[in-house]
Design a protein around this ligand. Structure first.
Ligand SMILES: Nc1nc2c(c(=O)[nH]1)N[C@H]1C(S)=C(S)[C@@H](COP(=O)(O)OP(=O)(O)OC[C@H]3O[C@@H](n4cnc5c(=O)[nH]c(N)nc54)[C@H](O)[C@@H]3O)O[C@H]1N2
Ligand SMILES: Nc1nc2c(c(=O)[nH]1)N[C@H]1C(S)=C(S)[C@@H](COP(=O)(O)OP(=O)(O)OC[C@H]3O[C@@H](n4cnc5c(=O)[nH]c(N)nc54)[C@H](O)[C@@H]3O)O[C@H]1N2
Ligand code: SF4
Ligand SMILES: [Mo]
Length: 889
């Protein structure tokens, strides 16, 4: 953008008031040279407009009516037309105005002038900023290869998520990471994708959309490691409250007595990190008590298919029979007492065995069902009770509720945050499928069409643009092939490369998210890693601790300044820029601009990527948000400008959108049911395709990759947490640590919002009174909590709502301490304690954010300089700024 695009008047004003009012006294260099309060333009009319948009203070998109007067947002309220919220909003959403007009917003691109961490910055223009970044990237590419440039992003809440993969692929680096990813959602999308070919059942991730159906016949919901009243209060939490009021029974599997547990019919306070053991016990019980839907399992899962016990692969008809077809699987038929090919979808003349072991031509075969049963066999209710710290009769009570369907298991992020992650997601698919809770009215596993057809998709990853040799260089990519499904690298492997320069160094780091040091495992190791990277850019809405480790800051738009699309059930909404402040810029455009500049500096693919002819219309880069959004909206025959005027549209009537039994729909080409989105069109509960994925990278890699050392397992297995109360480490660190969401913050964001900090000024550590007494800790005491990684503080909350062997604590940082030596991230942050080293999940490289060992002691006092009193937060009250022109081209 050119500076001239900012109105001259706003510049003059900014200069005139510079330094006159301090924003926050703790980020002096940010306020010096930039103004805080600006007056509205005189020419603007004095009337109030109500603009429809959607919130994005968390990963959801609740409909909002923004009241705008004289170019300023003065009020926001929920939009009753938004189909998932009935017009409700949560505390984070309602903080939108505070976030937008926060005095500490990043207002202009800034470059560091002092030492890193000194907090001294100089304002530069956008053109300069983009030019410097592109030069640094091109230099690194020249000297060390494109792979020496890395990007990182926030997962939760970043609607431009795929943009980062596009950016990296086009530039030619395989390296980007996100602190969620293998720790969030990817294990579930991978398992549901491979085994079902449909979305996961995570309410917190806007799946399981049946819960919004006002006429659902649903009877149960199992909230497994998810607390939707905290993680999606206005949408899923609200819907769940309605369902409970209608008599839907709920089970909560959660170590913490959070609201979803408090309202549940059965609460299973599972020991953190042991969920797969519990799932295996559910599977065993359901099979042993014949509670499963036998007809569905026989006809619509691959469990009756024969598996070669040596190769562990399902057998194809061409392997056993001379004229057998390679697309047909094989079952054991009771009528002929022989193996028989089973052409899709079914053969009524056969009577396949579900549970069996057979010998044929000297080889042993078992059905997938038998193998699953054997896997679950050791997990009696008693054994699971002992492993998971639960009462066997409570587990049984929960299973009985689950067996009264229709219903389903909604698996949250908790199980994504330990090395047993993908296995837990596999367990959830299996449990839903065994009960036949699939694509029926009242079930959580359902496939509905997307309101915006995925053609011209913004999410396209452009992986075809990554030069072939580069894919094999992805850090952790060959080892953890499940990451291929999101095109991502593994964070700990990236960190190793940064620290050791091996297999190659990382020289440039472009980071887009809030406070990385609040959200990554073992935050201290990442603070250390920054010292080894030559050039670091941080793009965000305001400075965070991470900014103090960076060399350049780029100001990005808040959600009230952002143009984007939001889909809610059958409707499409415009998240529209209601106003615009300072020189903030939409991130998608920033990434695009950097690539364009690299193109001008001689990067051939970057240059071509702006040419619509280059690889087909959905692949190139764009110059403005309108351009991207128009392209995406094309299938709906509407432009973004038109959508903005309407606020939202119905892409199709609800009843047409709301789909059941998709797998039974007849494909007109074959005359057969379309089945599920798997290779066999059946639910692949015995997932031998995971073996193939490990050996080659299929179905995600565009080129064959080297095999993993040990085949991935086609069935879920339980691993005892590496740091566990049952291991040696417990002598020194006797308590299990875990965590979860708080309703007033989103990841590392919003700690600078006065009203939210008033409600929750410092992080609490949940501790059972029995444990507290043992360590001499009283309600409200400050404590020290230590793990093998580090030491941090938390304020004791004594509660029976947590097992005596478990502690619970939040991620936190203190914006008021940005300019101090600690930069605010060390004082009280559970991620100082968490673990980002091996063991990892074998398929995706998940590290350990939940379920590791700590110890606790009473502290004499809390951290220095941390604000706790309402009046202290006053300096963060909104400092309205003038509506400035949008910066696009
Ligand atoms: N110990 C522990 N650590 C964790 C977790 C845990 O449970 N425990 N959770 C993990 C999980 S699941 C995740 S997903 C990660 C999250 O970690 P990150 O995703 O890195 O977190 P943030 O970037 O702070 O969160 C995203 C924020 O981006 C902002 N945002 C939304 N839209 C835009 C936009 O258009 N532009 C810009 N600039 N910002 C926008 C929103 O305010 C949102 O809150 O943390 C992980 N870390
Ligand atoms: N307010 C708020 N909302 C958010 C976010 C946020 O940061 N703040 N982040 C968004 C994102 S990116 C995500 S991924 C979703 C996640 O949303 P959810 O899936 O609901 O996840 P959490 O609330 O983190 O964790 C759910 C529960 O898991 C419990 N738990 C802890 N350890 C274990 C364990 O080992 N096993 C089991 N079974 N339970 C355990 C915790 O006590 C917690 O109550 O939330 C989204 N919504
Ligand atoms: S749940 Fe809250 S923060 Fe998230 S989109 Fe809705 S209102 Fe915004
Ligand atoms: Mo997440």
């Amino acid at each position: 953008m050119k500076l001239s695009q900012i109105s001259r008047r706003s510049f003059v004003k900014a200069a005139a008031v510079a330094g006159a009012t301090a924003a926050s006294p703790f980020s002096p260099a940010f306020s010096a040279g930039t103004s805080t309060a600006q007056k509205p333009a005189d020419s603007q009319k004095d009337d109030t407009q109500i603009i429809t948009t959607t919130c994005r203070a968390c990963i959801h998109n609740c409909g909002v009516r923004a009241h705008v007067r004289n170019g300023r947002v003065i009020k926001i309220e929920g939009d009753p037309n938004y189909p998932m919220t009935d017009g409700t909003l949560c505390a984070k959403g309602l903080s939108g105005i505070n976030a937008l007009y926060h005095p500490d917003r990043n207002k202009y691109p800034m470059i560091r002038v002092g030492e890193r961490g000194e907090n001294k910055w100089k304002r530069i223009s956008w053109d300069e900023a983009i030019d410097i970044i592109a030069h640094k990237m091109m230099e690194a590419r020249e000297k060390y290869g494109a792979e020496s440039v890395m990007a990182s992003t926030g997962g939760g809440g970043n609607p431009h998520f795929r943009m980062i993969a596009r950016f990296c692929n086009i530039f030619g680096t395989p390296n980007w990471y996100e602190p969620g990813c293998a720790q969030c959602f990817l294990p579930r999308t991978l398992a549901f994708g491979m085994m079902y070919g449909g979305p996961s059942t995570s309410i917190a991730d806007e799946c399981a959309l049946e819960i919004y159906n006002k006429n659902t016949p649903m009877k149960n919901i199992v909230l497994w490691g998810t607390d939707v009243s905290y993680s999606c209060p206005a949408g899923g939490g609200h819907a769940l409250a309605n369902l409970r009021a209608k008599g839907v029974k709920t089970v909560s599997v959660d170590p913490r007595f959070a609201p979803s547990a408090a309202k549940a019919d059965v609460w299973l306070p599972v020991r953190p990190g042991t969920d797969v053991a519990l799932q295996l016990a559910w599977i065993r019980y359901i099979i042993a008590h014949n509670l499963f839907d036998k007809d569905f399992v026989l006809k619509w899962t691959n469990l009756p298919y024969l598996v070669d016990t040596k190769t562990k692969m399902t057998v194809k008809a061409n392997e056993l029979f001379k004229d057998g077809k390679k697309e047909d699987f094989v079952v054991w038929d009771t009528k002929t007492n022989q193996p028989q090919p089973l052409p899709y979808p079914w053969n009524d003349n056969l009577d396949p065995v579900l549970d069996g072991e057979f010998t044929y031509n000297g080889k042993t075969y078992k059905t997938g069902f038998r193998l699953l049963k054997e896997r679950a066999e050791p997990w009696t209710l008693e054994k699971a009770g002992e492993t998971c710290w639960l009462k066997p009769e409570k587990i049984e009570e929960a299973i009985k509720i689950y067996a009264e369907g229709p219903g389903g298991i909604s698996l949250g992020v908790a199980t994504d945050q330990n090395p047993n992650s993908v296995q837990a997601a596999m367990g959830a698919v299996i449990l839903n499928a065994l009960m036949g809770y699939v694509e029926k009215p009242g079930t959580l596993m359902n496939r509905n069409p997307l309101a915006v057809p995925p053609k011209n998709s913004l999410v396209s990853r452009c992986e075809r643009l990554l030069p072939p040799g580069q894919l094999a260089k992805r850090l952790g990519g060959v080892e953890f092939k499940g990451l291929l499904s999101w095109d991502a690298a593994q964070p700990s492997r990236i960190q190793e490369a940064i620290m050791t320069g091996k297999p190659y160094p990382i020289k440039v780091w472009l980071e887009r998210s809030g406070n990385k040091l609040g959200v990554v495992g073992d935050a201290g190791s990442w603070a250390e890693a920054t010292k080894h990277v030559d050039f670091i850019v941080h793009m965000f809405n305001y400075p965070t601790s991470f900014s103090m480790y960076a060399d350049m800051l780029l100001p990005t738009t808040e959600w009230l300044e952002t143009d984007f699309l939001a889909e809610s059930l059958n409707t499409v909404w415009a998240r529209q820029a209601v106003v615009h402040t300072w020189e903030t810029r939409h991130e998608t455009v920033i990434w695009s601009k950097i690539l364009k500049r690299c193109g001008e500096l001689g990067h051939e693919v970057c240059r071509k990527s702006f040419d619509p002819e280059f690889m087909g219309a959905d692949l190139p880069q764009w110059d403005s948000m309108d351009e991207i959004l128009d392209l995406k909206l094309k299938p709906l025959n509407i432009t973004f400008a038109e959508l903005k005027k309407k606020g939202f549209i119905e892409a199709m009537p609800y009843d047409k959108w709301n789909s059941y039994y998709v797998y039974k729909k007849i494909n007109p080409k074959t005359g057969l049911p379309v089945g599920f989105g798997t290779a066999s069109k059946k639910l692949e509960l015995y997932t031998d395709r995971f073996i193939t994925m490990g050996r080659t990278g299929a179905p995600y890699a565009l080129q064959k990759l080297d095999p993993v050392e040990k085949d991935y397992d086609p069935l879920p297995y339980y691993v005892e947490p590496y740091e566990s109360p049952n291991r040696e480490i417990a002598k020194e660190y006797p308590l299990v640590m875990t965590n979860g969401r708080l309703p007033m913050f989103h990841h590392s964001t919003l700690r600078n919002i006065p009203y939210l900090r008033e409600i929750y000024p410092v992080p609490e550590v949940w501790i059972n009174p029995e444990t507290a007494a043992k360590y001499g800790i009283k309600q409200g005491d400050w404590t020290w909590i230590e793990s093998k990684r580090g030491k941090t503080q938390g304020k004791a909350r004594l509660t029976e709502g947590i097992n005596p062997g478990v502690l619970y604590m939040e991620r936190f940082w203190f914006p008021e301490k940005l300019a101090s030596d600690t930069h605010g991230w060390k004082e009280a942050n559970v991620n100082v304690l968490s673990k980002n080293t091996a063991p990892f999940n074998d398929m995706v490289g998940t590290y350990t954010l939940r379920g590791y060992q700590v110890r606790i002691s009473k502290a004499d006092k809390g951290p220095e300089g941390v604000w706790t009193k309402p009046e202290q937060f006053k300096v963060w009250m909104p400092a309205p700024s003038e509506n400035t022109p949008k910066i696009e081209g």
